[in-house]
Design a binder for this molecule. Structure first.
Ligand SMILES: Cc1cc2nc3c(=O)[nH]c(=O)nc-3n(C[C@H](O)[C@H](O)[C@H](O)COP(=O)(O)OP(=O)(O)OC[C@H]3O[C@@H](n4cnc5c(N)ncnc54)[C@H](O)[C@@H]3O)c2cc1C
Length: 328
């Protein structure tokens, strides 16, 4: 092969139907064959577009790493699966939220929301989704494209429904958690450190402690946290600590002496930075207390309100992705 895309006929492809010299047609393009599956009588030297798309996602051949597999196009035939231009709405029924599907519209959306949506979808299609797919494969940390900075020219951009929903179209939940979860609670990379091996649903059972130093200026934190999203690369840990028998206090702990994080390998995602976090006599200024001492449960639960809401937005979009992919 010389790497150039050739124009060939169906008959010419049919000549290449043996081990070591096997081509097949997928959506008006040519692909050199591998073994096993491609040596099947229904596949070798034939048009197996339908078979291929009954097993693969519609966008799989658009991935850059597979471009080299295309060696030609078929004379007189057109591609059936054309990629939509970046920023497009899906034509699949129920593949989009109702308020983006005319003639419906949301009473909460002004024209500016639709404009923002269109622009952000384009950014997702062109930058975020390809990176999400790459990072899920390599486990690389995501680049930080969102958040405060000179690019916002002083404007405040909230990680609300629109941004959460659009970024979930990547279909890579761990990547999105690593990308946005910190932004729900802070503008640096901030992990929410509540769960422990000792306490999950039962938050009030947690054992990580914070006691005041003798001069009353410092918290001294000891304990461990588990399954902490963003933990491996967080700058700060918004941490639930036991400060009395029945009282929890939220303390913002910077990464520093006594703070250690170890990655936890999960079936969920390596890109989310899930970590086991340990605090060993960590000294934190009392000014880092979030809310009132011993009233931390209220802080935790009020954060869950919007954090969990963000997760629901993501999950609903992931379900739309399934409808879209299945029917496309
Ligand atoms: C992908 C992922 C990311 C996470 N990220 C973070 C994070 O960033 N920060 C953080 O602090 N934590 C995080 N967690 C931890 C998460 O918050 C806990 O997993 C969750 O609170 C549940 O706790 P658990 O896993 O100990 O399960 P358990 O609490 O042991 O629950 C096990 C099962 O028992 C059921 N159950 C529990 N209590 C009751 C009850 N009273 N009545 C009836 N049924 C009950 C539950 O519904 C569940 O089915 C993450 C977890 C996952 C999976």
């Amino acid at each position: 092969m010389d790497g150039k895309i050739k124009l060939l006929t169906v008959e010419e492809v049919a000549q290449h139907n043996k081990e070591g010299d096997l081509w097949t047609i997928i959506d008006a393009k040519f692909h050199p064959g591998g073994k096993a599956v491609l040596l099947d009588d229904e596949v070798r030297g034939k048009d197996c577009t339908e078979l291929f798309y009954s097993l693969h996602r519609s966008e799989v051949l658009l991935r850059p790493q597979y471009a080299r597999l295309q060696i030609g196009t078929i004379v007189g035939e057109e591609e059936r699966f054309k990629p939509l231009p970046p920023g497009s709405l899906s034509p699949v029924p129920y593949g989009e939220p109702a308020w983006l599907t005319r003639p419906f519209k949301s009473p909460y959306y002004k024209e500016s929301h639709y404009r923002l949506h269109k622009e952000f979808r384009k950014i997702c299609d062109e930058l975020i989704i390809p990176e999400a797919k790459r990072c899920e494969e390599t486990g690389d940390r995501i680049s930080q494209k969102l958040g405060p900075g000179p690019h916002l020219k002083g404007l405040k951009l909230l990680a609300g429904l629109l941004l959460g929903q659009e970024s979930a179209r990547a279909g890579q939940r761990g990547f999105i958690d690593g990308f946005l979860a910190g932004a729900y609670i802070g503008s640096k990379v901030v992990a929410l450190a509540i769960s422990e091996a000792f306490a999950g649903s039962d938050v009030s059972g947690l054992r990580c402690t914070a006691r005041k130093s003798e001069d009353g200026k410092w918290w001294i934190v000891n304990g461990t946290k588990k399954w902490i999203t963003n933990g491996t690369f967080a700058d700060y840990f918004t941490t639930a600590c036991r400060t009395s028998k029945h009282g929890l206090t939220m303390i913002v702990i910077p990464r520093g002496p006594g703070v250690e994080t170890k990655p936890i390998k999960t079936s969920y995602s390596s890109t989310a930075g899930t970590a086991f976090v340990s605090f060993d006599d960590v000294r934190v200024p009392v000014s880092h207390t979030l809310g009132e001492v011993d009233k931390g449960l209220k802080v935790i639960l009020s954060n869950f309100n919007h954090e969990r809401w963000g997760m629901v937005v993501n999950t609903v979009q992931l379900m739309r992705n399934i409808v879209d992919e299945t029917l496309r």
